[in-house]
Write a protein that binds this ligand. Structure first.
Ligand SMILES: [Zn+2]
Length: 250
């Protein structure tokens, strides 16, 4: 692997922590990859976060900032299809919940000939169900699929998991201790921003609150988080009545 690492940088807390820690503390050269989902409202906001993090890191350590190479941006629709990977993903998904990103990320890694794409998966993430007992820790600290693992789980073999056992609040403490918290705070997590603020109701917002990071939401974001079930229920009859209305009209 040498001193260069390939990292999926989403602009989120975990992958930003990884990029900062690797460049600043481990003095590694970081090749960041970003997959653009153009259907998602947060795409531009995430790219802005990545840029903001870089600028903030330049203030902390110019050399570390230079170790982070140019961002490779690929639209999700440009990822090559590999039937064997997608078939494996579909079979795994039948066993337990598995996000579609593991299909396209695995295809992306193959398309780019990357055998070690770092993903910020955590033991609490749903994907860990498929990794438990099948990964081993490498000398440099990251976790990788054991070489004797066969079958569909192999779609994870092109990944490495450097943050498997560290929580968001532990990352925060570490970033404070090591002097890069200002840069880490420039990361972004909400899929569906309201104006410039996190929505409080999308999955990453909900996880942020549940994982002790609620301070990153604004007051109105927290209010939307607390009332999210009520709001969902309140919206439902409107949709139903619209449907009924259009039926009545036709
Ligand atoms: Zn949100």
């Amino acid at each position: 692997m040498g001193n260069t690492i390939e990292v999926l940088w989403t602009g989120g807390w975990d992958s930003t922590f990884r990029v900062l820690y690797a460049s600043l503390i481990e003095e590694k050269e970081v090749r960041p990859h970003y997959i653009a989902d153009l259907a998602r409202k947060s795409t531009l906001r995430e790219l802005k976060a990545i840029s903001d993090v870089r600028r903030e890191l330049e203030k902390i350590d110019k050399n570390a900032a230079e170790r982070i190479k140019e961002l490779t941006i690929t639209p999700i629709t440009e990822i090559e299809s590999f039937e064997d990977i997608t078939q494996s993903y579909v079979r795994l998904k039948k066993q337990a919940h598995l996000g579609s990103q593991y299909d396209w990320l695995s295809r992306y890694a193959r398309m780019k000939n990357i055998d070690c794409l770092e993903l910020s998966v955590h033991v609490d993430d749903k994907a860990y169900y498929f990794l438990e007992g099948k990964v081993e820790q490498k000398d440099h600290g990251g976790w990788k699929l054991k070489s004797d693992v066969t079958g569909d789980t192999q779609i994870f073999s092109c990944f490495e998991f450097p943050l498997l056992q560290i929580s968001k609040t532990e990352m925060r403490a570490k970033a404070k201790e090591l002097g890069f918290i200002e840069a880490l705070e420039k990361s972004w997590f909400c899929f569906n921003p309201v104006g410039n603020a996190p929505c409080g109701t999308c999955s990453p917002c909900i996880y942020a609150v549940e994982e002790g990071m609620g301070y990153r939401l604004t007051k109105s974001g927290i209010l939307r988080y607390k009332t999210r079930y009520l709001r969902k229920a309140a919206r439902l009859p409107v949709r139903v009545s619209r449907k009924v209305y259009s039926k009545l009209k036709s």
